[in-house]
Ligand binder design. Sequence first.
Ligand SMILES: NC(=O)c1ccc[n+]([C@@H]2O[C@H](COP(=O)([O-])OP(=O)(O)OC[C@H]3O[C@@H](n4cnc5c(N)ncnc54)[C@H](OP(=O)(O)O)[C@@H]3O)[C@@H](O)[C@H]2O)c1
Length: 319
Amino acid sequence: MKAVVYEKYGELEDVLELKEVEKPTPKDNEVLVKIHATGINFADFGLVKGKPYLGRLWSGLLKPKNPILGADIAGQVEAVGKNAKQFKPGDEVFGDIGSVGWGGFAEYVSVPENVLALKPVDISFEEAAAIPQATHVVVQGLRDHGQIKSGQKVLINGASGNNGSLAVQVAKSFGAEVTGVCSTRNLEFVKSLGADKVIDYTQEDFTKSGQRYDLIFDIAPSHSISDYKRALNPKGAYIAGGFNSTSLFFGPLISMLGSKKVASYMGSPNIENLEFIKELIETGKVKPAIDKSFQLTEVAEAIQYYKKGAQGKVVIKIV
Ligand SMILES: NC(=O)c1ccc[n+]([C@@H]2O[C@H](COP(=O)([O-])OP(=O)(O)OC[C@H]3O[C@@H](n4cnc5c(N)ncnc54)[C@H](OP(=O)(O)O)[C@@H]3O)[C@@H](O)[C@H]2O)c1
C-alpha cells in the first residue's frame, strides 16, 4: 500500500516520503480500515520536526517510533480480527487513532476497534475525517470540564481553526450565547458557524472590555490566568483546550482558592464522544468545516497550510 512515511525528524518537505509499504493485517482485536480521508492536526507538525525535544520521550528519542503519522481517519472496514465484534466488513467508520500508533497518512491502517465509531450518515469521508480529534478536545472541554449549559455566555478563544470551528458549533448546540475570537480575516467565517458575536483579537482585548463570561474555552492561550479570570463571572470557568502551562500545573490549586474554575486536560479518545458528535451532525446541529483538501502526495503542503491558519479543517483525500 502507499503511505507517507518519515524515518527521521526534520523539515516537512525533507523527511515526509510517499512509499510503498506492507499492508497491515488485523490482530485479533483490530479492524483493517481502508482509509478514504484523513485530517491534519496540531501534533503532526511537531512530531515531524521532533520538537519540542521533550516530546521525543514519547515519539522516539533518536528516530520516530511511529513512522506513519495521521490521527484522524474516516474509511471503510475491510477485515476484522477474530475477537473484534463491533464492526463488519463494509462498515463506514471514523476515529482518532493517535493513541493507538497513528497511521492515517496511508491507504490502510489496522487499529483496535474501540477507537472507532460508525461514521455519521450523509456526510463525506472528508467531512468525517475532519473531526475525530477535535471532537475529543471540544466535547471534553465544553461539556465535561466546562459543564456548559443553555443560556450561558461562552467565549471561544481561537474560534476559526481546527478545534475552534467545531467548538463554536458544539457550544451553540448546547444553547449557549457564543462569542468567537479570531483575527480580522476570519470574522465572517466564525459568524457563519453560528457565533452570536465575534471579537477581532487584533483590535480588541476581550479580557479588558468589561464583558464577563460563564465559560471561556481557550484554544489559543494568549493571556495570563488573572486576565482570563477577570473576564469570568463569579462562578465562571476557564478551560484550556490549547496548551497553557499555568492552568495545567496550577489549575486545581487556583480553582480551590476561589469560586472560578481553571483547568487544563488532554482530550482522550472514546467512542461516546464520537457517538455524541455523530448525533449532532445527523440532527443538523454541527457541520464539519473544511478549508482545503489535499492528496496523499501533498501531506507536507497540507501541514504547512494548516500552520498558516486555516478556516476550519485541512484534510487529505485518499480514495
Ligand atoms: N487538549 C488537548 O487534548 C489537545 C489536543 C490537540 C491539540 N490541542 C491544542 O490545540 C491547539 C491548536 O488548536 P487548533 O489545531 O485548533 O489550532 P488552529 O487551527 O491553528 O487555530 C488557532 C486559532 O487560534 C486563533 N488565534 C491565533 N492567535 C490568537 C490570539 N492571540 N488570540 C485569540 N485567538 C488566536 C486563530 O485565529 P486566526 O487564524 O484568525 O489568527 C485560530 O482561530 C494547540 O495549543 C494544541 O496544544 C490540545
